[in-house]
Design a protein around this ligand. Sequence first.
Ligand code: BGC
Length: 383
Amino acid sequence: MKKSFGKVIAIVLTGMLLLLGVPACTGGGSSASSSAASSAASSAASSSASASAEKTYKVGISMPTKSLQRWNQDGSNMEEMFKAAGYKVDLQYAEDDVPTQINQIENMIAGGCDVLVIAAINGESLTEVLEKAKEKSIPVIAYDRLIMDTDAVSYYATFDNWMVGMFQGQYIVDQLDLKNAKGPFNIEFFTGDPPDNNIKFFYGGAMEILQPYLDNGTLVCPSGQIEMLTVATEKWKTENAQARMENLISSQSYGPTKTQLHAVMCSNDSTAQGVTNALVDAGFTADNFPVITGQDCDIVSCKNMKAGLQAMSVFKDTRTLAAQVVKMTTQILNGQTVDVNDTKTYDNGTGIIPTFLCEPLSFTVDDMQTLIDIGYYTPEQLK
Ligand code: BGC
């Protein structure tokens, strides 16, 4: 209870700042402090005003797909916040098709966008098109996913993705009491789309926590499928994760009365949902369900958590990231110092990209009310 209360306070503070038009991401895993918040408030307010006084800037927002709940939220949050700050917005979704995304970005460049905010489908496929942005001196912010192999990227804004993975690993350690229990416990692994640079962080963070238990035999992966690329899920698709889980169920004879499966480390909710579907079809119920991790607090996964069919998710408040990007954009256009909190970690192959990391939170069924209290979901959405 105490933990949840703390989460509400932290997020409500964020919400209040957002209402004031003030980004409130927190750095380095620490909580938002009110003094930091109020200085962010004044700087954001003044920069926004001077940006819009001189010229109406146009921002091109390129999102990967509408098929996942979060990108719809990211896109509409940014559109709303940019418009409220006086920008024109060109928001495009590329339906997970790389040529479509490239084409949309080309049109944004030709259409006079002053800044590009891009969540890449394939982080390695935008080098050429971003050369064109560079030629026109259009600043590029990599949104959520780092864009690789191009020096056209000015800044990166994301959540602390290594921490996301660590939360998932730690949840499994705590739930199975791996520090004390002898095991062995059976586990399988699912991560996301290989061209998404984030999977190295999600998977890496989780493995940092789980690897010692695989090494000492407390955790066992019966399929032997552990390597990141072996456990990847093309395009993060639920159906791809479901198909792989179905294969694992038959090849390893997993079932409530057969080989026990104690945990499935899934890097996000769309993969967790596929795993859950396959396990439910195989006869697992809430009473004997493996510990399944996730990320995003998708509505479907929140409902699964309430039904005992997913153990945890990681909450990344997309409103917070959107607000931070609006703030950074305004600072770039005003020639001000841009608010970053990591200048060491994110090398995209051409050097370090200055980054702002927002703080993720580990959520379980006990935190569902928090999502309602902070206005992220209505009670009806989670019914
Ligand atoms: C994002 C996750 C999301 C996944 C699938 C990742 O890059 O960080 O929040 O679940 O993509 O879209």
